[in-house]
Design a protein around this ligand. Structure first.
Ligand code: ME8
Length: 536
């Protein structure tokens, strides 16, 4: 039976257009999902938008439209077209204003209420609209600033429902201990324990009465459900939890064999690693296998964010350099799990070095030589003839194994680095064997054939392993190698004879080399252009 895999992105706030940071997270999840599907895992990939809350209500009011009109506009005109342009292969798109979600959140709230995990009390404290979070007197300090985003907070005093965190704190710590990879990287776990759990976790305020753009509490309609309780549950409501057809929920959540991964940014670790496991415990449901915390994409002047107005969009980059190049840059330049800084120099340099020089060149040289020396027909693979033939075939197998293991461990950047290393080794193999010299010596014809067969095999392997990133260019590699559509399958990476006697087709440069100075200037100008700023 196929192994099952469920992966999710955060559901983003549709308060403004998504920027390259959002595109980063969604693209990484897409690369992981495509990789798993390609390798035969039964995969479900979810993304969506988090549409309730005071921030959205205020943004909509500022634009003179209803909150629903506001979010519809941003989702339909900004998010969905971007995911389309980035070739995101999500299986579903959840919007928290959809009835399937709203009704299920109401049921979830009722269950928690019935169980005594949620109780009515009143809240007096400091509230940050931007973070949709309450803070204590100590946390906001004398200046009354939000400890998270440093904006001024507002004093609030309202009746509110609370979630009884105290009931589950001990279980949570036990769960962390028993599941050491639940929070990755591990440093994030220590941060959560030391900053939030050890000082004593307060019960969480899970309803609001000061605005109404949210999911109504059925039992007490002047309350709306706190946006984070609403949002986190998307991971199960989208699968049909507690709905008439819950077959996806049974398959991708309830089955203990399914691997469940939530990928999030560091800014929302607390909600996913502390409250979400507790909510699941309340519902008697299993927890995800992993909360993978990726780093933030920064600009030279700090975190890229909508409200700072320093965010850049993925669109102009896709238009000029193509979706494959942008996806490759995102996956390779920033080690998954660490922060990274976007600079035009790194962007152009990365594409030139890896895609144009390393991969593009290997394809170009190989196809040209098969044309020149063998009339365009790839010679049969006949075993190891040249001194480094075996090393190269062994490296192919080793790369495939490392690629699978690293990807399964979510070390995505490292996995694709292995593929680039193989590509680099193949370019070196050309230099070592100097086919142009072999071609001059009729006694070396078998050596020359072997070099071409080996190179074609490496290119097939590289094309296949890169497919989750190079969503259009991998097929161009296969086109140039002459691989039939039905032979473009993952299992064939081990088949050394796949390309025996196959006719190659010389095509265009896979990734034309970029003029560094001109392109760096182009991107820098684009970054300097005035940008849409979030109303929040
Ligand atoms: O927090 N670099 O939504 P959000 C990398 N609705 N990733 C970034 C980024 C950056 N500069 N900026 C944002 C919310 N992200 C909630 C989530 S989930 C149940 C609810 C990514 O629109 C990153 O993954 O503020 C971050 O966690 C997410 O966008 C936050 O998106």
């Amino acid at each position: 039976m196929a192994k099952k895999f469920y992966i999710t992105t955060p559901i983003y706030y549709p308060s403004a257009s998504p920027h390259l940071g959002h595109a980063y997270c969604t693209t990484m999840c897409d690369i992981i999902a495509r990789g798993k599907r390609m390798r035969g895992f039964e995969t479900y990939f979810l993304t969506g938008t988090d549409e309730h809350g005071e921030k959205i209500q205020k943004n909509a009011a500022a634009c003179g439209v209803t909150p629903q009109q506001f979010v519809d506009n941003i989702v339909n005109n900004k998010f969905l077209p971007l995911w389309n342009a980035m070739k995101i292969s999500n299986d579903d798109f959840i919007r928290t204003t959809q009835p399937r979600h709203v009704e299920t959140v109401q049921k979830i709230f009722s269950k928690m209420l019935e169980k005594g995990d949620i109780y009515l009390s009143s809240y007096t404290g400091w509230y940050c609209v931007h973070e949709e979070s309450y803070w204590t007197e100590t946390q906001v300090g004398e200046e009354h600033l939000c400890p998270e985003c440093h904006r001024p907070v507002e004093k609030k005093d309202e009746p509110a429902y609370f979630y009884r965190c105290s009931k589950y704190t001990k279980d949570l710590l036990k769960f962390y201990d028993e599941n050491p990879t639940f929070i990755t990287p591990e440093s994030r776990k220590n941060e959560m324990i030391n900053t939030f759990i050890k000082p004593g976790l307060q019960d969480l305020c899970v309803s609001r009465t000061s605005f109404d753009w949210g999911i109504q509490v059925r039992e007490d309609p002047k309350h709306v459900v706190y946006v984070w309780l609403d949002a986190l549950t998307n991971y199960i409501t989208a699968l049909g939890y507690d709905q008439a057809d819950d077959s996806k929920f049974q398959k991708f959540w309830n089955d203990p064999e399914t691997e469940i991964v939530h990928v999030i940014g560091a800014d929302i670790t607390r909600f996913h690693t502390i409250y979400w496991p507790m909510f699941l415990e309340s519902l008697g449901l299993r927890k995800p296998n992993r909360i993978f915390v990726h780093g933030l994409m920064m600009m030279k002047d700090g975190k890229m964010s909508k409200s700072r107005g320093n965010a850049i969009s993925a669109y102009p980059l896709i238009e000029r350099y193509g979706v494959d190049a942008v996806r490759y840059y995102l996956a390779s330049e920033i080690t998954f799990g660490q922060d990274g800084v976007f600079t035009p120099e790194d962007f152009v340099g990365r594409i030139n070095m890896d895609l144009a020089n390393n991969l593009g060149n290997l394809l170009n040289r190989t196809v040209s030589m098969i044309n020149k020396y063998f009339g365009g027909v790839t010679p049969d693979y006949v075993g190891e003839i040249n001194p480094t033939d075996k090393e190269l075939t062994d490296l192919c197998e080793k790369t495939i194994r490392a690629y699978e293991a690293l990807n399964d461990d979510l070390k995505v950047t490292e996995a694709y680095q292995e593929v680039m290393n193989l590509t680099g080794r193949a370019n070196k193999y050309i230099e070592e064997n100097a086919p142009w010299a072999l071609a001059k010596d009729p006694a070396k014809i078998e050596n020359l054939k072997s070099v071409m067969a080996h190179l074609a095999h490496v290119l097939y392997v590289v094309g296949m392993l890169m497919k989750p990133i190079l969503v259009t260019k991998s097929d161009k590699i296969f086109d140039q190698l002459g691989v039939d559509e039905d032979k473009r399958v993952y299992e064939n990476v081990h088949d050394l004879h796949l390309l025996d006697g196959v006719k190659v087709n010389k095509g265009e440069q896979l990734f034309p080399r970029l003029d560094v100075e001109a392109e760096v200037k182009y991107i820098a100008d684009m970054m300097a252009a005035p940008k849409e700023k979030a109303a929040a």
